[in-house]
Design a protein around this ligand. Structure first.
Ligand code: AHM
Ligand code: MG
Length: 337
């Protein structure tokens, strides 16, 4: 048996963040500290998801969040872990979570300069079946005179300084991007307890014949969406139809789309005229990832997703994101209407 070739110089997330901080002379270290707290919350949530069935965390928690969705026990735990991590790092002034009706202000840290938005466990309808779910996050740098109210976060995604998501799948995968930067993917090494840089400078393939949408909603779709999806399924003479892939966990569908290419869509339709997914902590963070990876993300009006400004913290939007050329096709079909 030959000796295993061991990499003794791996890039952990901690090392990556330190190296990023050095590149920014004006950096105070606050952002790095905030990311360390984020990283801890991902590790904890990953741990509880893995143990869920064994320690009786599956099923409903017996309360519902503001939209009337049933809350899972793990939803509650994920939310509590995330909030505790953000609060205790002392760098966050205001936080919005999908699971909280109102924004949470951490008044005990008046000098904190960041605002965070998150969906602690996205795709939770998949939890009990052991299907991948994830945490989505976005980070805003607040102006010096920020009051620490929800208005500080009612901003377009172009104002995000960083965003990303962690997918809790066969392994925990963290995807992180910063404003104007590259997209980097990390894989959790459970033995080391560290996220390792395994996917540096991720680029979404320019095109790929995969579409990801809940086709059960097609009865409610608008004409452009029907025409677009039909064009994928019934190509012109000699063309090959697209493959359909839909997990029903946006983080998992997005992660596959980032790696393989294709398109993920959750359009606004006649049943949900504003779409289903949330602008602030689902659509905008994903849009920054896809744009920085060379793809596109638009809403149901074919407007650049990153420029959409939410009026309320839980506002929804239709979304199309993925490979540059695949999203362009949806935009082009809409131009005819
Ligand atoms: P959640 O935040 O309540 O989990 O809902 C968001 C999820 C996304 O992960 C996924 O893309 C979508 O809802 C699936 O919705 P549907 O079941 O309508 O296809
Ligand atoms: Mg969600």
């Amino acid at each position: 048996v030959g000796a295993e070739k061991i990499n003794t110089d791996i890039v952990t997330l901690t090392r990556f963040l330190t190296e990023e901080q050095v590149k920014h002379k004006e950096a105070t270290g606050d952002f790095t500290l905030l990311c360390h707290a984020l990283q801890f919350s991902f590790k904890s949530i990953a741990y509880y998801i893995r143990r869920a069935t064994l320690i009786n965390l599956t099923g409903l928690a017996g309360s519902s969040n503001m939209t009337g969705d049933d809350q899972k026990k793990l939803d509650v735990i994920g939310n509590d872990i995330f909030i505790a991590a953000m609060k205790s790092c002392g760098r966050v002034k205001i936080l919005v979570s999908e699971e909280e009706d109102e924004a949470i202000a951490f008044n005990e840290y008046p000098n904190a300069r960041y605002g965070v938005v998150c969906d602690p466990i996205d795709g939770s309808s998949n939890l009990d079946a052991g299907v991948s779910v994830g945490t989505i996050f976005g980070i805003f740098k607040l102006p010096e005179d920020a009051k620490g109210t929800k208005e500080d976060l009612l901003k377009p995604g172009t104002e995000l300084v960083a965003s990303g998501f962690t997918m809790y799948g066969a392994s925990a995968q963290l995807v992180l991007t910063m404003k104007g930067g590259t997209v980097n993917g990390f894989t959790m090494d459970n033995a080391l307890g560290e996220f390792i840089l395994t996917h540096p400078d991720m680029k979404v393939p320019k095109s790929r014949a995969i579409y990801s949408v809940n086709e059960g909603n097609s009865l409610y779709w608008t004409d452009p969406i029907k025409e677009y999806v039909n064009s994928l399924k019934y190509p012109e003479e000699g063309g090959k139809p697209y493959s359909a892939r839909y997990i029903g966990s946006m983080v998992a569908d997005a992660y596959r789309t980032l790696l393989y290419g294709g398109i993920f869509a959750y359009p606004a339709d006649k049943k949900s005229p504003k779409g289903k997914l949330r602008i602030l902590y689902e659509c905008a963070p994903m849009a920054l990832v896809f744009e920085n990876a060379g793809g596109q993300a638009v809403d149901s009006h074919m407007k650049r997703m990153l420029e959409v400004v939410p009026e309320h913290i839980h506002d929804r939007s239709g979304i199309f994101m993925g490979s540059y050329d695949e999203v362009q096709k949806v935009i082009d079909v809409h131009k005819k209407y």
